[in-house]
Design a protein around this ligand. Structure first.
Ligand SMILES: *Cc1c(COP(=O)(O)O)cnc(C)c1O
Length: 393
């Protein structure tokens, strides 16, 4: 059976009524027959049947043993860090999601958890950065927003040898394109706000564990800390997942066409898309992914924040907004938006140039999207001449 068929039919029909849609159990508690005698549910922070269905589907999707659904992607990340103790260290990809950087730097540093950032696309850096205190390796691949690819299988082997947990943020690829647990990762996290939800209408997170034991620890942390996903939002993510294969494959097709267009445009300096042969990690991406995803970033030859601002303010179909992975195309200017909390020197060193623009290529007709970018680039070029910024080309 194909993955898509298996996934669609892993979403159960309600045994009580035959409802083909998963029921939303909007309840706080469950009546018990006698103290401690219940049907597997006692209090809805601990367990809720709608959330549990989402968790089972996600574990299956990622090839893991157990999943827990959280109130946001960051709550999912937070739960994984809570596996650690004071004095432990995290080795993290340098081009990390801005919110994860903020959480590590401004919350966990206070509790004595140190993070070492390195460019994990080079295995030698990973080996060099491991210390006796490293307990967790944190990868995002592809990264946000420069789409760097790290070799999950090789890093998983290094992590195992050193008794270190490997967690992969699989938000950008989605399990349709990449299954890190099958490549040796211990934990996968998602911002289900993005492709899993898929419709830009919720905030949600998931942690998937490779083993029952790790899954139980995460579940304990979740129940103890409380950042659960609501029944209604759990249902929305289930509904999003029903079309995940269809959407992600189409996002990938559209993104490749947009990336190829940008690569030939005279105002563009660099295009970041792992599906392009010119991408430095293209071979690893092709090895570990089934497709290259819906995110494309580019920099302008006029490498200024002002020039990027003109581009992102002049598209019509690509809406200017943070986030990604929805049906509608979005774009953003990381230096002034998603990556604002990262100091400029660190941000630039991680490859996020001042003019970098990130596209979340949606499900519109691709020719319309390309025309939209073209007219925005043309308009930006005219304005640049008027306000005497350095020319685009
Ligand atoms: C959005 C995002 C997160 C954070 O998820 P939220 O649902 O916004 O809390 C984490 N990692 C990546 C790669 C993301 O894009």
């Amino acid at each position: 059976m194909s993955n898509a068929t298996q996934l669609i039919h892993s979403i159960p029909v309600d045994p009580l009524t035959g409802s083909i849609s998963v029921p939303i159990y909007q309840t706080s508690t469950f009546v018990q027959d006698a103290p401690g005698e219940h049907k597997g549910y006692d209090y809805a922070r601990t367990n809720n049947p709608t959330r549990e269905t989402l968790e089972k589907i996600t574990a299956l999707l990622e090839g893991g043993e157990r999943a827990s659904a959280f109130a946001s992607g960051l709550a999912a990340i937070d739960a994984v860090v809570k596996l650690l103790e004071t004095g432990d260290e995290i080795l993290a990809v340098d081009d990390i999601y801005g919110g994860a950087f903020r959480l590590f730097t401004h919350i966990y540093a206070k509790f004595g958890i140190k993070v070492n950032y390195t460019d994990t696309t080079d295995i030698a850096n990973v080996i060099d950065a491991i210390t006796p205190k490293t307990k967790l390796i944190w990868l995002e691949t592809p990264t946000n927003p420069t789409l760097k690819i790290s070799d999950i299988e090789t890093i998983a082997a290094i992590a195992k040898q050193n008794n270190i947990l490997l967690c992969v943020d699989n938000t950008f690829a989605s399990p349709v394109l990449q299954q890190p647990i099958k490549l040796g990762a211990d934990i996968v996290i998602h911002s289900a706000t993005k492709y899993l939800g898929g419709h830009s209408d919720l905030i949600a997170g998931l942690v998937v564990s490779a083993t029952q034991e790790l899954g139980d620890k995460i579940k304990f942390i979740q129940n103890a800390s409380g950042a659960i996903l609501s029944p209604h939002d759990s249902w929305l993510v289930i509904r999003g997942i029903e079309t995940l294969h269809l959407r992600v494959n189409e996002h990938s097709r559209n993104a490749l066409a947009v990336a190829q267009y940008l690569e030939n445009h005279p105002a563009i300096d660099k295009v970041f898309y792992p599906g392009l042969k010119s991408h430095p990690n293209h071979d690893i991406a092709a090895k570990q992914q089934k497709g290259f995803g819906g995110i494309v970033s580019f920099t302008l030859k006029n490498n200024t924040e002002d020039a990027a601002r003109l581009v992102v303010c002049n598209t019509k179909l690509f809406k200017l907004a943070e986030s990604l992975g929805g049906v509608k195309s979005l774009l953003c200017h990381p230096a002034q938006m998603t990556h604002k909390s990262i100091p400029a020197d660190k941000r630039r060193a991680a490859g996020v140039a001042d003019s970098l623009v990130r596209l979340s290529v949606g499900l519109e007709e691709v020719d319309d999207l390309i025309h939209d970018i073209e007219q925005a680039l043309n308009k930006a070029q005219t304005f640049v001449a008027e306000i005497k910024l350095p020319a685009f080309q």
